[in-house]
Design a binder for this molecule. Sequence first.
Ligand SMILES: *[C@@H]1O[C@H](CO)[C@@H](O)[C@H](O)[C@H]1NC(C)=O
Ligand SMILES: *[C@@H]1O[C@H](CO)[C@@H](O)[C@H](O)[C@H]1NC(C)=O
Ligand SMILES: *[C@@H]1O[C@H](CO)[C@@H](O)[C@H](O)[C@H]1NC(C)=O
Ligand SMILES: *[C@@H]1O[C@H](CO)[C@@H](O)[C@H](O)[C@H]1NC(C)=O
Ligand SMILES: *[C@@H]1O[C@H](CO)[C@@H](O)[C@H](O)[C@H]1NC(C)=O
Ligand SMILES: *[C@@H]1O[C@H](CO)[C@@H](O)[C@H](O)[C@H]1NC(C)=O
Length: 789
Amino acid sequence: MAFSNSFSFAFCFCFSVILLSFYANATDVSHDGRAITIDGKRRLLLSGSIHYPRSTPQMWPDLIKKSKEGGLDTIETYVFWNVHEPVRRQYDFTGNLDLVRFLKTVQDEGLYAVLRIGPYVCAEWNYGGLPVWLHNLPGCEIRTANDVYMNEMKNFTTLIVDMMKKEKLFASQGGPIIIAQIENEYGNVQSYYGDAGKAYMNWCANFAESLDIGVPWIMCQQSDAPQPMSQDVDRKLDLILRFKSWGGKDPLRTAEDLAFSVARFFQLGGTFQNYYMYHGGTNFDRTAAAYVTTTYDYDAPLDEYGNLNQPKWGHLKELHQILKSLEYTLTHGNVTTTNFDNSVSATVYATNESSSCFLGNANSTTDATITFQGNTYTIPAWSVSILPDCKTEGYNTAKVNTQTTVKVKVGNKAEDEPESLAWLWRPETIDDTRILAKGEITANQLLDQKVAGDDASDYLWYMTSVHLKKDDPIWSKNMTLRVNGTGFILHAYVNGEYVGSQWAQYNVYNYVFEKSVKLHPGKNIISLLSATVGFPNYGGGFEEIKTGISGPVVLVGQNGDETVIKDLSAHKWSYKVGLHGLKNKLFSTDSRYATKWSTENLPVNRMLTWYKATFKAPLGTDPVVVDLQGLGKGHAWINGHSIGRYWPSYLSYDTDCSLDACDYRGTYDNNKCSFNCGNPTQRWYHVPRSFMEKGENAFVLFEEFGGNPSLVNFQTIQVGTVCAHAYEKHTVELACEGRPISAIKFASFGNPQGICGSFEKGSCDSGRALSILKKARMRGQGEMLDQRF
Ligand SMILES: *[C@@H]1O[C@H](CO)[C@@H](O)[C@H](O)[C@H]1NC(C)=O
Ligand SMILES: *[C@@H]1O[C@H](CO)[C@@H](O)[C@H](O)[C@H]1NC(C)=O
Ligand SMILES: *[C@@H]1O[C@H](CO)[C@@H](O)[C@H](O)[C@H]1NC(C)=O
Ligand SMILES: *[C@@H]1O[C@H](CO)[C@@H](O)[C@H](O)[C@H]1NC(C)=O
Ligand SMILES: *[C@@H]1O[C@H](CO)[C@@H](O)[C@H](O)[C@H]1NC(C)=O
Ligand SMILES: *[C@@H]1O[C@H](CO)[C@@H](O)[C@H](O)[C@H]1NC(C)=O
């Protein structure tokens, strides 16, 4: 099969839905070409993605409650095959993999669920959610008409469906699941698989139907869905925010632009919309796809820790409320659209009883003033106004009436905690990598890391020996070792001595390592430690993209003008999966090495080093993060729970960042409104409260590159500042999430300029606003302000 190693981080998303034909005796959920119907009623549905393994069961009730309060009626999740079946026929549905508990939490809040089983899911998830053991099953070809693959897909999908049925979780059984999905976005890659791809799609459709779940199945991005899928609907949209890669910037999609996209979708006839993501969360452990950061915050309406991301959450909540109030009209009304100049349009939804209108201005620079049904309206550039009665503006996407909340990270130690952590350390033992015998597998070729490692670890040692005589043609004073590798990192050792490292940049995948080495006559051992940072998850043939030391591995000797190359690629290579410390569970509190740590000569900037400290959980209930500034790259654990890979030494590219306020107008793209250029891609790492215990907690780091742990400390995330802009005839509520207001810094009644944290008075200002507000605060909070400014 042909494939290329070029690698692009395309985003996984989906904007069309294809429904299977309906079921004879279970028709609670259906679709009539215009909208999903539930119990025969057309519905306007607002859905948001929350992936259960990206948070903890302790966080789920709050996340789902806040989703409901934010106006969602549906929670969407993928199902993540490779974490549920890490070893073939060995399953895990415990802790944050407890899918049933997650769906019951959704049900307890009275929300619907969309279950995207896949089981290929993309999702910036390691290997797109497929277990790497599939890749290594004899005869298996992934995501195509291949019996081995289809049999495994059938086995897992059936397991999930049976589990849902047993718990009565399908809507047809009274459960929350209104829609299920088979495969994912196959239309984007089908041409890569040719006719076999078509056959596979047919098989998927028939197989899904045979599972008889009583609710519609969907596919995603599949414009030529096979029978018995009906090509019905183009009424669903995954609204994409942005994720982050190592070396990438922090994305920001403004509340105004997000609301514009949503309102526009409903103006144009949409009835079912999904936010990808509503809560992004965290890529714990090794679940992130190739080069995707541990944080999966996504700048979503709920932030990584589950806090409201304001003003986004609140601004969308108001939009959801107004859309829901128009549910009947938008799903039944006759639609008439009138176009004005400069990308301005008016859409009327009319039923016999009532009419509702959208006024949209898709011009990214110019505000519009139009006369519509006898009245004059001003529509700011890149905004949509919603007129529930076709007369009065009830909502405009560019007018944010919600507070902006600026969060701060605060050092917050439990009592009696010392200023800084007291570290212990251990070296990662690499002695046995200089004697060949220790490998678990040998082969006379360079193996793909998926084949040799089976995704048991990020780390794989490649070891070989080279016998050199002094009269060998390659023998020279200046010999170099050259290694071509892929995805992502190499640390090279010769005879136990570290020679150097090399790694691929984001979006490049391949690297070439070249360093001069000192070999001696006789036997020399070359040990290459390859480290993955997740496997690719997207694109035709992504599953075959090579990982590890792809080769060639050569020695280059320079004898005068003559270059002699000795290719070691077909030598006997010995492979060792993982690290000693991982095998011996140094991160775990019950490791047999638990006491064998040293306090002596704490090393700094030492590669392949384990560090350990104990700490007490920060006070209170605010979310906790650990600041890993000063460290290089590695992995971190709290009481044996992985909090993921860390890589604070990887700085974000320092170009194209938005310096000041972000202009919400214009089509959103990758480079718009990003920030954090030049800083560590990810400095803070989420430590869920449920990972910590009362009393002492164990914190373990495996430092791969070398770093200085002395600055590492735990912090909590709190509300720092809140700001709001009140438009005429609107009420704004400010809240500090239970904290008292300590000071009022700025207030202006007029036309103030700037953004939260740096407001300035404009040309018009009443002069009294600040003193009135300050007085009101002194009189007590919670009091209504009813003052003439
Ligand atoms: C999955 O495969 C196992 C054997 O590996 C078999 O016992 C089980 O019945 C299969 N499950 C389904 C639903 O086919
Ligand atoms: C936006 O408005 C400006 C000024 O009225 C006009 O020149 C431009 O063509 C408009 N752009 C679009 C895409 O309508
Ligand atoms: C909607 O359109 C239908 C068909 O054109 C028409 O019969 C009906 O009167 C319209 N209803 C309204 C409220 O405009
Ligand atoms: C709306 O009114 C038209 C004409 O009076 C009628 O034919 C139609 O059935 C009505 N539609 C609904 C949904 O009541
Ligand atoms: C050794 O060879 C490499 C290129 O193969 C060259 O870059 C390097 O300068 C040489 N070193 C010495 C000491 O000659
Ligand atoms: C390996 O790297 C060398 C040096 O950059 C390059 O010329 C060669 O094409 C690479 N080989 C492969 C198979 O990628």
